[in-house]
Ligand binder design. Structure first.
Ligand SMILES: Cc1ncc(COP(=O)(O)O)c(C=O)c1O
Length: 415
């Protein structure tokens, strides 16, 4: 979603951003619940039916209130750690609505998810399969598993988030796939229910998703020849959002094309899951930050703000672009600035070469911070994590309190 201006003042869902900054301080995260409802409903209506379900990928934004909002709309949950598992359980989600992905599940994490009785573990290597089989036998439980294959598809996004290529650590490659499925199929304590893949994130066209379905159809045919039958296909997530002027497909277009490709490839009898993160919450979130200093005596002009790479690491990590606007628009002349944080790293920038009219003390608002922003935060430079606010029914609610100095060292021991 985009912010709205009324008399040159910025609003989110009818609430003045300046008022939120005054009440909760800066930096702070603000989310629009309307945007999350809209996105979830759009994909749910265009994709879901008896056999097709939308799961939310918790890593995009794991705030309990956001999880609850999605759970109330009927989402399932894709998790990658015991921490995410316990978050989802904490808000009362039934374990049969949880799928566990990730390449490095520890013994403790596997035991916990088996004890809860989650829907399925997505297995990413042969040695993980062996470990889960052994633990299941010890616990005397039969564990449902899917195997993540690596279909070797280039989704055309940043190399750090292109997970479906053979050169990455993810999934089992096509060469070893039949061996892994056969092994799983033979284990008394494993129930092989499905195949899983996730080709990448911030994918801006529909073709790679269609290509992946066609590739999986071939894999399923090959498995059939070896007498292996599955009934679940987990297609992962990855639909991109508009950060700049990039034109990504809508959730509706995505849902429709996936459904069409499923039918065209005769896969309608399978249970199908998609695990979306960014496209559901990405454009619901903003960071509001204050200009602490204006520095115009260097080679470049800098606005030094009170948010940094500890709050939003995407620009530093992937060179990602986030829109930055003043909260109150002024008529003063705009000049080019790099918007940078206070962290002691050259990579601590939020936006480069932005035309802004800004003075010390002014507020700026950074868009598209709903996904992979607060979830990727750190305490680097011993900085405090900011509060998170959500707008619901035209009112602002705090859904995470600002960290306190005591929180910073509450687990440390002075020798
Ligand atoms: C296995 C898996 N599923 C789903 C997702 C969600 O991806 P996105 O937020 O791009 O939809 C990810 C993200 O990396 C993932 O690794």
């Amino acid at each position: 979603m985009s912010i709205e201006y009324n008399n040159n003042e910025c609003f989110i869902d009818g609430v003045p951003v300046q008022k939120i900054a005054k009440d909760y301080g800066t930096p702070c995260f603000i989310y629009s619940s309307n945007e999350i409802y809209k996105n979830f409903n759009e994909i749910n209506e265009s994709f879901s039916n008896e056999k097709r379900k939308v799961f939310y990928s918790v890593k995009a934004n794991p705030n309990l209130s956001i999880l609850k909002l999605l759970a109330d709309m009927g989402a399932g949950f894709d998790i990658v750690s015991i921490g995410e598992l316990e978050r989802v359980i904490k808000i009362g989600v039934s374990p049969e609505k949880i799928i566990y992905s990730g390449v490095g599940k520890s013994e403790e994490e596997i035991i916990r998810s088996i004890e809860y009785g989650i829907y399925c573990l997505n297995v990413e290597s042969f040695s993980e399969l062996q470990r889960i089989a052994k633990i299941s036998e010890k616990l005397g439980k039969i564990t449902p598993v899917s195997i993540r294959v690596n279909p070797n598809i280039d989704p055309g996004s940043h190399e750090f988030i292109s997970t479906g290529l053979e050169s990455t650590k993810f999934g089992i490659n096509l060469k070893n796939m039949v061996k892994a499925f056969s092994f799983a199929n033979e284990q008394t304590f494993l129930n092989l229910i499905g195949i899983d893949y996730h080709i990448g994130s911030q994918i801006e066209s529909l073709e790679p998703f269609q290509e992946a379905i066609i590739s999986v159809k071939k894999i399923i045919n090959e498995l059939k020849k070896s007498g292996i039958k599955i009934d679940l296909i987990d297609m992962g997530g990855g639909l991109g959002i508009n950060y700049k002027n990039n034109k990504t497909p809508t959730l509706k277009q995505f849902g429709s094309i996936i459904n069409k490709t499923i039918s065209d490839n005769d896969l309608s009898s399978y249970n199908i899951i998609i695990e979306l993160g960014r496209s559901i919450v990405g454009n619901s979130g903003f960071i509001v930050t204050k200009a602490e200093y204006i520095k115009t005596d260097s080679e470049k002009n800098f606005v030094i703000v009170d948010a940094g790479m500890d709050n939003l690491i995407r620009p530093a990590l992937y060179g990602a672009w986030h829109d930055i606007q003043p909260v109150i628009r002024s008529k003063e002349k705009e000049i080019l600035y790099d918007v940078v944080g206070p962290v002691c790293e050259c990579t601590d920038f939020l936006g480069k070469d932005r035309l802004l009219s800004v003075n010390q003390g002014d507020l700026l608002i950074i868009s598209s911070c709903g996904a992979y922003a607060s979830s990727m935060e750190s305490n680097y430079n011993s900085r405090l994590r900011p509060p998170e606010i959500i707008i619901k029914n035209g009112k602002a609610f705090e859904i995470r309190k600002k960290e306190k100095i005591e929180d910073l060292f509450s687990r440390e021991i002075i020798l």
